[in-house]
Design a protein around this ligand. Structure first.
Ligand code: GAR
Length: 190
């Protein structure tokens, strides 16, 4: 059995989709969702799957000893950031080399970096008159949206697209691709 721990800050539609994808798996288990937001939608979404949610503070996250022990209780083989908005501290990147991945709602290296999340990304894509956008799954390092790219999928944009329709196209790409890619990545993790 391989274990996934998901980190999420928001509504949790990706976490829910991943949980649904693996719910009957004999080889992959989501052992916990970690969130920095006690009001995050992801918390209620995990109830039906019986997946425990761990809420943590900035202080908890800064404390190497506390957080390492807390996380290790869930034995992650892979840590999946699904709409998680804090930078991952050095000690965690070092403790889980090539075992932390993130999904970003644009074609990195474009439209990444601090402040580039959710609708901000789609608004920037629209403002730049891009003819395509997409999703990027990448390994996590200590900078925002900067690690080695594992997978990208694209969608075409027209002049009629708005930030809202772009968000919808990205959502579909995320739903269709993220769990499958996680399964692929996990099959190579030792
Ligand atoms: C997703 O679109 C994800 O790609 C994005 O946040 C959204 C979370 O939605 N992540 C970033 O922007 C990271 N820079 P969700 O909570 O419904 O899964």
């Amino acid at each position: 059995m391989k274990n996934i721990v998901i980190f999420a800050s928001g509504s949790g539609s990706n976490a829910e989709n991943i949980a649904d994808y693996f719910k009957d798996s004999k080889t992959v288990k989501i052992t916990a969702v970690f969130t920095n937001n006690a009001n995050a939608g992801v918390i209620s979404k995990m109830e039906k799957f019986g997946i425990p949610c761990v809420v943590f503070t900035k202080e908890d996250f800064k404390s190497r000893e506390y957080f390492t022990i807390k996380l290790y209780q869930y034995r992650p083989d892979l840590i999946v950031l699904a709409g998680f908005l804090w930078l991952i501290p050095n000690y965690l990147v070092n403790a889980y080399p090539n075992k932390i991945i993130n999904i970003h709602p644009a074609l990195l290296p474009k439209f990444g970096g601090k402040g580039m999340y959710g609708m901000h990304v789609h608004e920037a894509v629209k403002a730049a008159n891009e003819t395509e956008t997409g999703i990027t799954i990448h390994y996590v390092n200590t900078k925002f949206d900067d690690g080695k790219i594992i997978f990208q999928a694209k969608t075409i944009l027209t002049e009629q697209d708005t930030p809202e329709t772009i968000a919808q196209k990205i959502h579909e790409l995320e739903m269709n691709n993220f769990p499958v890619e996680i399964e692929q990545i996990l099959s190579k993790v030792n």
